[in-house]
Design a protein around this ligand. Structure first.
Ligand code: SF4
Ligand code: SF4
Length: 64
């Protein structure tokens, strides 16, 4: 069975700029506030098809 690809956010590297949120065609990314830090969060990850549209949108390579 093929392994399903999906986006993964490296929270410690994420600056919370929101560019990936705007880039996801399925609107699966959102910004989460945790204390003083804001970071991207993949919601409904089972719907992520690994299209990789969010990947180049991130200026700090916080998505793999
Ligand atoms: S890989 Fe595609 S579907 Fe998944 S979060 Fe990124 S832009 Fe959205
Ligand atoms: S584009 Fe990168 S730095 Fe900006 S919110 Fe998304 S994961 Fe974080």
């Amino acid at each position: 069975m093929p392994v399903k690809r999906r986006a993964e956010i490296y929270v410690s590297r994420c600056t919370g700029c929101g560019r990936c949120v705007a880039a996801c065609p399925k609107r699966l990314l959102t910004l989460e506030v945790a204390g003083y830090h804001k970071h991207a969060l993949l919601t409904g990850w089972e719907k992520c098809d690994g299209c990789l549209a969010c990947l180049p949108a991130c200026p700090v390579r916080a998505i793999s």
